[in-house]
Write a protein that binds this ligand. Structure first.
Ligand code: HEM
Length: 314
């Protein structure tokens, strides 16, 4: 089952953000998927390095901020898997899951094999994005598992422009999010969960796959029925975190993607009921944005059948 399930009584037009608790990790290590997802990142970054990692010049301090934050979070929450020894600026990092050891001088990029953000991104399953300046521009990122966007499209854009396609649909939410970006204090991370329903469970849904995925949906739609749809669609959840970084003042946006076959989630009658309640109240423009319009009637019939098979006993 998905570890996060942001479905309840109806479509939520609020940001859905909460402060992370002291006891909550910023970075989540999902050990079942860790090795395969890190291997996939390596593969993508080796095939198309400048597609999956980009940085504008002048944001090295922010990249080191991320190294500092992420390594300390990993050792704090997974001390058996990771360790960090610091003697002055000389840091020794051990990642036992990858069987890797790295020694470097903190703040000196020549001592790491890759740019600091590119290196740290390969230690974690999260995509890592940096936003900086008064307009919260996207200034750097390692983005391998994006849901329908890519760095080529968004690098250098301010927060409001990044969201231009959806702002008319959820304008109050995006205005609140803009204010949050401006006022987020150092040391208090926030998180939210985002959802979508997809035709594939491939993690890398960056723009270069958009055409193929659209075609896959078009090809499969005619044969889809309420009795097959549960096995054909996937629920995709992003755990998103936002953290103001102490040295640079930039904001780290972390995205951990989880997905599960729809049938596995809808086997739980409460989950089927909540998904039906949310999908049936989502504004049509948002459903269209999420490419759900064509299969929505089938999806709702399927979810209602699941609820009927497993009625709540009052
Ligand atoms: C509290 C903060 C945020 C909120 C409430 C928010 C909300 C949303 C919503 C509602 C969508 C529509 C997609 C969907 O619901 O599946 C979206 C899409 C998106 N968000 Fe955010 N977001 C936030 C932060 C960020 C940040 C920091 C970035 C940094 C890059 C970002 C990048 C994007 C991108 C690239 C898209 C896709 C836009 C497109 O289709 O071109 N979001 N966001």
């Amino acid at each position: 089952m998905l570890p996060y399930f942001p479905f309840d009584q109806q479509f939520n037009n609020k940001m859905g953000t909460s402060f992370l608790l002291e006891t909550d990790p910023l970075i989540e290590v999902d050990e079942l998927q860790y090795l395969s997802e890190i291997a996939l990142k390596h593969q993508l970054l080796s095939d198309l390095p400048t597609y999956y990692f980009q940085s504008l010049p002048g944001y090295e301090t922010a990249q080191w901020d991320v190294v500092d934050l992420v390594l300390h979070d990993l050792v704090r929450f997974s001390p058996n898997q990771f360790s960090l020894d610091q003697i002055g600026d000389r840091w020794q990092w051990i990642n036992r899951l990858l069987n890797e050891e790295t020694t470097f001088t903190f703040g000196d990029a020549t001592t790491l094999p890759l740019a600091p953000l590119d290196w740290i991104g390969r230690q974690v399953q999260e995509d890592l994005i940096l936003l900086a300046g008064p307009e919260s521009r996207l200034v750097a990122g390692q983005l391998c598992f994006a849901n329908d966007w890519c760095l080529d499209e968004k690098l250098g854009l301010p927060f409001w422009q990044i969201h231009a396609p959806i702002t008319p649909i959820v304008e109050p939410m995006m205005r609140a999010a803009q204010t949050l970006m401006e006022r987020l204090p150092i040391g208090r991370s926030v998180w939210r969960a985002n959802w979508s329903v997809k035709i594939s469970n491939q993690l890398d849904m960056t723009c270069r796959h958009a055409q193929t995925l659209r075609q896959l949906l078009t090809d499969r739609l005619p044969a889809m029925t309420p009795s097959t749809i549960g096995e054909e669609l996937y629920v995709r959840i992003e755990r998103q975190t936002l953290t103001r970084l102490p040295r640079s003042g930039a904001v780290l946006f972390g995205i951990h993607t989880y997905q599960n076959l729809l049938a596995n989630e809808a086997a739980d009658p409460d989950r089927a009921r909540c998904m039906a309640a949310v999908f049936s109240t989502t504004p049509p423009a948002m459903l269209a944005y999420k490419s759900m319009t064509d299969f929505l009637p089938l999806l709702l019939t399927y979810l209602r059948n699941q609820m009927a098979l497993n009625p709540i006993i009052l």
